[in-house]
Structure formats: C-alpha cells, structure tokens
Design a protein around this ligand. Structure first.
Ligand code: HAM
Length: 415
C-alpha cells in the first residue's frame, strides 16, 4: 500500500490535543500583543522566494518544492511564511494602515531537507510579522512575544541568542573582512564552506562541521563592524531585553539561513540540544518589502515550528488537556427504539451535549462494550418496553447505577 511521503507525517487524533493546546496559546498571545491573523496560499510564484529568501540560500538552492503548473507558471510550495505576508501586505495596500501592521499565521511549510527527529519535509509554523516600524522597541517586543509564548506553554530551559548582522551600510565592509579571514583558512574549510565563500560568506559562521568550528570561533564578529545607527539599535535592544528581564546571550555565529535579514537576528533553543533543534527563529528584514517592489519599509518577525514545540512539550512531560469527547452513549434494541434513539440524539446535540449513538443492530452487550471502550460516563438504553412507556434506562457507568427516566426529560436531565 502507500505510505505518507518521506519527511511527512499524519497528525493522528491522539496528537490533536497538543496541536489545539499550542494553537490556542498562540492565538491568545497574539491577542495580547495586538496581532491579527492572516492566511496566505500554500503556493506562490517561485520568484517571490528566489528574490525574497535569496538565490544563495540552502532553501532556494536545494530545498524548494518547485513545479510548473498547467499554465506554465513556476509555482513553489511555501518554504517559509515571511515573504508571503510581505507580498500580501503590498497587494492589499497595508502600507496605508497605521504602522506597524501586526500579523500572525499558521502555515504548512515545505522544505526538501534530510528528515530526522524534529526535521521534516512538511512542517507547520506559527509565525508573527510586525511591518512598518524600525525602532528597537519593536525588536524587544517581538522577542518578548516569542519568549512569553514558550513560557505560556510551560516550556522550560530555553536559551535566547541574539546578534546583529548590520545593514546595507555596514555589512559590505564586514563581509569583506570575513571573506578575507576565511580565504586565509581556505584549506582547512569543509567543501561546503569553500563553496559558499564567494556566494554567501555569512553562512560559514553557522557551519556545523567540527573541522570548521575552530576557524569560525576565531572569525571577526559582525557586532564589531556595525555602523553607529546599527550599534545604537543593538544597544537599545539589549537594554530593552534587560528591562523585560529576558536572559539572552549574544552569539556572533548566529546569522540565520535566509538572506532577507538585517540588524537583529535571534533564535530560541532548548538547552539540551543547542543548535540542532531551534524552536524559534526570527529577525529584522528591513529590506524585504522594498525588494518585493514596495517602498522601503522596516519589519521584524519570527516563526516557530509547531512539531518541534510539541516534541519539547513531550520531552518535558508537560500535560495538555484532552479534547472533550462525547459523554453520552445511546444504546437501543429494535427498530422502534432506533427511531427514538435517533430523535433523542438530535435533541441532545441541540442542547450542546455530545452523543454517540449505536449505529448498527448489535446486541445490547456489544453496545455496552462499545460505550465502555469509548469511556462514556452515561448510557441511555432504549428497548421495546421503554418505547411503549415513553421512557429509557439511564445508566451511570462510573458506579453502574441505573434508573428509569422519561424520554422527554432526558435532554434537561443530561444537560
Ligand atoms: P526558520 O528559522 O527557517 O525561519 O524557521 C522557523 C522555525 O521553523 C524554526 O525555528 C523551526 O522551529 C521550524 N523549522 C524550520 N525548518 C523545519 C523543518 N524542516 N522541520 C521542522 N521544523 C522546522 C523562517 O522560516 C522565517 N520565515 C522566520 C521569520 C519570520 N523571520 C522573520 N519573520
């Protein structure tokens, strides 16, 4: 038979309580911080990502699900959510709204990656984007929001890393210094890094190969090459995080895998696993809207992988409440009783009472077994005698007590 494609999973009923828990906490946080929900299509014009995310990135070079549709358009399944939100911001004239415009989304994301624990080819992101404001106050607020979101889920032992990768004014100088530094060590670099040296030197900083680590550790730091406005911005962010009492570490190796970032970048990681399983990733992307054809508009955001969050919730044994299941089961014997059962089912559901009704003509014993397996607390039993008398037996499955009640009284009684 068929299996789900490699790197994808079915989210089964038993998992749904976690998903609902995460989505509800996310929606609540968004409400607290004034973010409104947006949904964008699952696929976009490929150019949105080649331009937005950047030609030299792993995502664009190796990971996109790109295909030609029947109208010969190049289409790509969303490999991230930010570019789509920016496209929508421009398309719907959101630059005319009071700024910043604050939007959040839940979206499936597709990347052709090597699947492993916490890394999938289809994953789901909860993301937030605040567009139209450059002040570091907003950087702190966005970081705070992602931090408080994890706290509200009950997740502990997370580490926040921040860095500033400068702006188009100061970054070219830094990249030049960095390129020249790595060029002096070219023979010690892994083939991937050698490859990236000319095209995307910043990415060398986040190489995981042991051989490259020592060279990377000694590499020049972007924060030492910031222009004055970028340095002030970064300093302001650190001050605000201090006021918010959010512990952080400046990590000069943090550069992120998408080209649109400028100034602030940040990640939150679980303490045990460090960089292998970043839960939250985000940063400023002051040039993206302009790159997509709008006027220069600063922005910042973050996204978090819901599968990774759930992985960590399970690891930390954080309980989530079960999704309420129907509490009433209706068992019946004979055709007349089945008619009454159907009527009663409809009446109970109208009252907002979840009901499961025996659907096929099973023995009473089999029906009771079904109710037991479903962990139902109240069973209504209707037989031929009960139909004639206009009554039913109401059985409390927790103590096996039963009583005869009028059919007409049941909705009120069970409510
Ligand atoms: P990203 O760091 O590529 O950023 O992805 C965000 C989060 O999605 C990661 O921190 C991780 O939790 C999760 N994630 C990424 N790839 C996978 C995967 N293959 N399997 C499971 N989970 C994964 C972005 O996508 C940016 N758009 C974030 C952003 C929003 N920056 C500014 N605004």
């Amino acid at each position: 038979m068929y299996n789900a494609p490699r790197g994808t999973t079915d989210i089964l009923p038993e998992e749904q309580a976690y998903w609902r828990y995460v989505e509800e906490k996310a929606a609540y946080i968004c409400q607290l911080y004034g973010y409104e929900r947006i949904e964008s299509p699952i696929f976009e014009d490929t150019r949105l990502f080649t331009r937005g995310v950047g030609e030299g990135t792993d995502i664009v070079e190796k990971e996109m699900y790109t295909f030609e549709d029947r109208g010969s358009n190049s289409i790509t399944l969303k490999p991230e959510g930010t570019a789509s939100v920016c496209r929508a911001y421009l398309e719907h004239g959101f630059q005319n709204l009071p700024q910043p415009v604050k939007l959040y989304y839940f979206s499936p994301i597709f990347r052709y990656e090597r699947p492993q624990a916490g890394r999938y080819r289809e994953h789901h992101q909860f993301g937030c984007e605040a567009i139209g404001e450059a002040d570091a106050f907003l950087d702190a607020e966005v970081i705070d929001m992602s931090w408080q979101f994890l706290k509200s889920l009950g997740l502990q032992n997370t580490l926040l890393f921040i860095n500033s990768i400068g702006c188009p004014e100061c970054r070219p100088k830094y990249l030049e210094v960095l390129r020249s530094y790595f060029s002096n060590h070219v023979n010690e670099l892994c083939p991937d890094c050698r490859n990236r040296l000319e095209r995307n030197v910043l990415r060398l900083l986040d190489c995981k190969q042991p051989g490259c680590q020592q060279i990377v550790n000694q590499a020049p730091k972007s924060i030492d090459y910031l222009c004055l406005p970028c340095a002030d911005h970064f300093q302001a962010l650190k001050n605000y995080l201090g006021i918010l009492e959010i512990p952080f570490e400046v990590n000069q190796r943090l550069v992120r895998g998408l080209d649109y970032y400028s100034r602030t970048v940040f990640e939150i990681q679980p303490e045990e696993e460090k960089s292998q399983s970043t839960i939250v990733g985000g940063g400023r992307y002051d040039g993206l809207i302009e790159m997509l054809g709008g006027k220069a508009t600063p922005a910042i955001g973050f996204a978090t992988g819901i599968e990774r969050i759930i992985l960590n919730l399970k690891r930390q044994n954080i309980p989530v409440s079960a999704i309420p299941a129907p509490k009433v089961f209706i068992a019946c014997l004979g055709d007349a009783a089945r008619n009454e059962a159907m009527k009663l089912t409809a009446a109970l559901r109208k009252q907002g009472i979840g009901v499961i009704s025996a659907t096929s003509a099973k023995s009473l014993k089999a029906q009771m077994r079904q109710a037991n397996n479903l962990k139902i607390s109240r069973v209504v039993i209707i037989g031929e005698d009960e139909v004639k008398a206009g009554t039913a037996l109401l059985k409390d499955m927790t103590n096996s007590q039963q009583e005869t009640v009028k059919l007409a009284d049941l909705p009120g009684l069970l409510k």
